[in-house]
Design a protein around this ligand. Structure first.
Ligand code: NAD
Length: 317
């Protein structure tokens, strides 16, 4: 199994994709192109990553060279917090499509359940979390308003599938009460140090596919100085033992722990070697005991939390 079938559209979402956060603009087109060459079909972007144009350049080059067709690819993007109001959702999705140079997203997500004051893209793009004075300005747009506008993207053919990111179960339950189209995917931080089992069980019960971000835990946060000095998962004893027993790399073991349970992963990498290594996680199986031993590493270590930006944004409290 290398895909997960999404509710409503029955579209197949690849279980392994390439995460585009922090891929530097100058090398981004080449990275995307090389990933397509290596067999990647899903790309996880966002307005906030600031590299949608470069990602699209890589996609268009691969299509022009005959490596793939647009319909072979699964392109995900996300709506940023400053654009939650209904009058901005459509305009931003269109702007993001233009940057990518494509005419639909396979999946469009609400990036965070946090509405911030609008920032005109002509003034600053991506706008990030802060106003010009370095302060965070909240907006009063409800998730219902934003979700209704997301549903209109489906009606307009702009997004085939829609979903949410960084949402907890009680907010999802509320969304399900008014949704005309249920969210098909929840993307959350998920790794052996934060196994999110209750949320994964909740999503299973509702038929919502789960995508894990930051699968390697602290590794992706070292360059930002946000790793909380947590020990590397790659050198963890349990991960190492399973890697030795299966003759796979620690990275493959960490990714397989998710994909074998139907959880999609989007590891970020820029080297051909690691791109191939990460995609290769689908080619072996862990035993039930091995899966359990890795799940047992959970210490509820959350690295991506807007509370670090502003205490009013403690959305995981
Ligand atoms: P990640 O867990 O993918 O780790 C990336 C780091 O691991 C990089 O330093 C990379 O060089 C290294 N790495 C990659 N493959 C390796 C391997 N096989 N062996 C050793 N090291 C390896 O971190 P991430 O970038 O935080 O998460 C992945 C993607 O998830 C992002 O690019 C983005 O698309 C998405 N994401 C989404 C959100 C959200 O709010 N929805 C938040 C964070 C990340």
């Amino acid at each position: 199994m290398s895909t997960v079938v999404l509710k409503r559209t029955n579209q197949k979402m690849p279980l392994v994709g390439l995460g585009l956060w922090k891929i530097p603009k100058p090398s981004c087109a080449d990275t995307v192109y090389n990933a397509i060459k290596a067999g990647y079909r899903l790309f996880d972007g966002a307005g906030d990553y600031g590299n949608e144009k470069e990602s699209g350049d890589g996609v268009r080059r691969a299509i022009a060279d005959g490596l793939v067709k647009r319909e072979d690819l699964f392109i995900t993007s996300k709506l940023w917090n400053t654009f939650h109001a209904k009058e901005h959702v459509h305009a931003l999705a269109k702007k993001q499509l233009e940057l990518w140079g494509i005419d639909y997203f396979d999946l469009f997500l609400i990036h965070f359940p946090v509405a911030l004051q609008y920032v005109d893209p002509n003034h600053r793009y991506p706008p990030e979390w802060w106003g010009d004075d370095g302060k965070v300005y909240l907006a009063n747009t409800t998730i219902q308003e934003t979700w209704t506008a997301m549903e209109e993207l489906v009606d307009a053919g702009i997004a085939k599938n829609i979903g949410i990111s960084n949402f907890q179960s009680s907010l999802i339950l509320d969304l399900l009460r008014y949704a005309r189209y249920e969210p098909q995917v929840l993307q959350v931080e998920l790794h052996p140090y934060l196994n999110q089992q209750p949320l994964v069980d909740f999503c299973k019960a509702w038929g919502i596919a789960v995508t894990a971000y930051s699968s390697f835990g602290p590794q992706g946060y070292i360059e930002l100085g946000m790793d909380k000095s947590a020990a590397s998962l790659f050198s963890n004893d349990t991960v190492q033992q399973v890697a030795t027993a299966t003759k796979k790399t620690p990275g493959q073991v960490i990714l397989r722990w998710a994909t074998q349970r139907g959880i999609a992963v989007i590891p970020k990498s820029t080297t051909d070697e690691r791109l191939a290594e990460n995609l290769g996680n689908l080619k072996f199986d862990l035993s039930e005991e091995q899966l359990k031993s890795i799940s047992g590493l959970n210490i509820n270590l959350r690295l991506n939390d807007p509370v670090l930006i502003d205490p009013r944004l403690s959305i995981f409290a």
